[in-house]
Design a protein around this ligand. Structure first.
Ligand SMILES: [Zn+2]
Length: 210
């Protein structure tokens, strides 16, 4: 794996390109950030995650004010600020409009069907934040609220947010959610999914205690 220090601009650039190249952040959608000693390093507004360079990443404070850089911070900066404010253990955030995952956000369906052991083990049920105007403080507050009980949150009619200690962990969370979503849709073609039984689910949950 390419060498870079976690929580730096290089870290952001590496995972941003992987997000785009995996089809998880189309065109100029999505934004990404890390917490540093000096503030929050965040992608700038309107940039494609695949085409960013270091100048497209700016430093903001925990009120969303620009500290360093010549670009405008992501329009969803308050979403990032609110989540960091709420959770001391979170140091990296990815917001994406990953299509298959966003399909769940754009419907009344929850991501909660026990069809794969790893989904039950790692996620169980993904909370869904109510719709809010993109870039609004209300959307940031309502979405951050869901991070009290989960590290990943769907945003109604919008997308998904993954928060983690590192961008690598956040990326894997999003990739796992996307895998669940793709598998779910594929089962529909095959006549529907078969749920794990209550006994099987309990056995999986017990693995967490080991
Ligand atoms: Zn968005």
């Amino acid at each position: 794996m390419e060498y870079f220090e976690v929580g730096t601009k290089k870290d952001i650039l590496y995972w941003s390109k992987r997000l785009y190249q995996k089809g998880m952040s189309p065109a100029t959608s999505g934004n990404i950030s890390v917490r540093t000693d000096k503030g929050i390093l965040i992608s700038s507004s309107g940039v494609c995650l695949n085409d960013m360079d270091e100048d497209d990443i700016v430093l903001i404070d925990f009120d969303g004010n620009l500290l360093e850089g010549n670009k405008k911070p992501s329009s969803e900066k308050f979403l990032h600020v609110q989540i960091y404010d709420l959770r001391d253990d979170i140091n990296a955030i990815i917001h994406s409009h990953c299509p298959y995952t966003t399909a769940f956000a754009c419907s009344d369906k929850m991501m909660d069907e026990p069809i794969m052991p790893e989904f039950v083990f790692y996620f169980d049920k993904i909370p869904k934040a109510p719709y809010g105007l993109p870039a609004s403080m209300q959307l940031a507050i309502d979405t951050a609220e869901c991070f009290k009980t989960s590290d990943v949150v769907l945003m109604q009619n919008h997308g998904v947010v993954c928060a983690a200690n590192t961008l690598q962990q956040g990326f894997y969370s999003l990739e796992s959610l996307r895998a669940y979503a793709e598998t779910y849709f594929a089962t529909q073609v095959l006549g529907g999914y078969k749920k794990l039984t209550k006994k099987q689910i309990n056995e999986i949950r017990k693995l967490k205690l080991q």
